[in-house]
Structure formats: C-alpha cells, structure tokens
Design a protein around this ligand. Sequence first.
Ligand SMILES: Nc1ncnc2c1ncn2[C@@H]1O[C@H](COP(=O)(O)OP(=O)(O)O)[C@@H](O)[C@H]1O
Ligand SMILES: [Mg+2]
Length: 295
Amino acid sequence: MQIGFLTCPGTMPGSPTRRADAFEHDVQINAIRPALEVRGGKLSEIDWRAPVEAFAGCNLVLIGTPWDYQDDERAFLAKLDALESAGILLCNSAATVRWNARKTYLRDLAERGVATIPTLWVEQPSAADIARAMEEFGCDAIVAKRQVGAGAEGQSIHHRQSPDAGWAMHQPAMIQPYLPQIASEGEMSFLFIDGKFSHALVKRPAAGDYRVQSLYGGTEEAMVPASPDLDAAQAVVDAIPFETPLYARIDMVRGEDGALLLMEAELIEPYLYPRQGPELGPMLAEAIARRIGNK
Ligand SMILES: Nc1ncnc2c1ncn2[C@@H]1O[C@H](COP(=O)(O)OP(=O)(O)O)[C@@H](O)[C@H]1O
Ligand SMILES: [Mg+2]
C-alpha cells in the first residue's frame, strides 16, 4: 500500500523556502505515517508540481499540504485530474476540490438545509455594500472576505461608528454580520474521517482580535462537543453533494439563537489538528486501507 502526500516548496521537508508554519505539515505526517506503517503502508511526500510519473505506484494520494495551490489554481486542478486519469484514488476527489475551492459552496449547503451565516455575495463591493449589509442584517459590525481565500487573507471588519467611505474590494466577496461569539466562545472545528466523527477542538482569537488563526495569536484546545453541536456538524458532512470525503474539517460558530452556524467546510488541504485527536492517524489509516481494498 503506497500512499502519496501532496506538498509544496513551503511545506516539503528540507526545502529552502519552508514556511514558518510548516511544522503543521510535520505534525500531520507524524500522525499519519506510523499508523499507515502498522498496516504495511508507505507514505511518500511528493510536491504537487512533480510530473504524474512521480506518482507511479501510488494506490492513493492525499492532497496533504499543497498550501500554495491558490497561486496556480488551474495547474493544480489539472494535476488532480491527471492523477485521477492515471487511475490513482485521490482524496478528496478532484470534483470535491473544484466545488470546495470557492466559498459559494456554502450556498449549496444552505440549500440543502445547513445553517450558514447570512451572507451577501457581491462581485466588487464598496462602502455602500457594507452600509447595505448593516441594514439588511440589522447589525453594527460586518466582516467582508474573499470568495476564494484562506488564512483570513484580504479580510476586513467594519463598524457602524467608523465607516470608511473609500473602502473597496477588487474581487468577488462575501459580506456577513460579525458574530460576537467568535471572541467569547470561539470557533469550533469538528474532524470527520470517512464521514465519522474523530475529534473536536475550539479555536479562540487573541484578546482584541476576531481571527482564530495561529498567525494572529489564536490558540486551540481539544473539547468534547455537546450532542446538538456534534449533530449540527455531522449534518454538514451528510449534506456534502459528493461521495463521502475521506477527511473533512467542519468549522462552526454559534449564532444568536444558540445554534451553530457553518463558517467553512474544509475539504481540500485542511490542517487536521492531530495533537487534539490522537485517534486521527489510526482512523485515517483504516479508512485508507478500506478504500484501497474496495477499489
Ligand atoms: N462572520 C464572521 N463573524 C466573526 N468572525 C468571522 C466571521 N467570518 C470570519 N471570521 C473570522 O475570520 C476567520 C477567517 O474566516 P474564514 O471564513 O474561516 O476564512 P478562511 O479561513 O478561509 O480565511 C474565522 O476563522 C473567524 O475567526
Ligand atoms: Mg477558516
């Protein structure tokens, strides 16, 4: 059983251009590799830009940590198609990735009954759209973010008392009410392997910030979810309009009425937080072996 794990120069061990947060790649590899080895599997890290021939012999390829794919999205999607055409089982599938790369997938999930954050979808928003969103949502603080993006890049928060008349975004955006629960309770992540719950954690922003990412001082802690919260996360996984993903990270935040709302369903290259879920590696290895066996 030969498993490929896609990387990029920013995450590949030994690369001269490794990112400061590439330790997350190592944590993930150290959780998955030994669990695969117990089952006689072998995990190889391969740059996603390597030619398809470099994947010869792989039964299954995990998308892993190709954290720069946004810079070269077309080539990335073409490589995923090429891997599938070569008969390699890709997890998650190229079709799932294409759908998940644009946050408009949230609309599809909302149509399937998932509770999402109310959102205005605007191609090139200006300050007038922020004012309109405040009226529409009846709130005093608004978050504007990219439809295609990650790591809170290009994101901004707007307050009614301090409007910025010159503000604009020059790409497709999504505008949401700011949910204050992000700063009190935090954002919850639920990890699922083959559609089954693995573990959960809560991510909290640094004091004075609302972004939970470690880059902005956010911290994370394992947690045992209450059953209505777990049910809400499971309902998101069950609503994904493709085959059950091998791995999924469901990020949620609590709305005003106390129910969890979907922030993001991460199906491409999410960090799976193995430190908060020691069973992750064995669960993933078992699911991989099952998929290869069923092929
Ligand atoms: N509507 C919102 N209310 C409060 N905080 C938000 C909201 N939208 C985003 N955030 C904060 O910004 C972070 C990044 O937003 P997110 O939608 O997860 O995009 P990405 O992680 O892809 O950059 C979230 O983790 C959260 O901390
Ligand atoms: Mg996020």
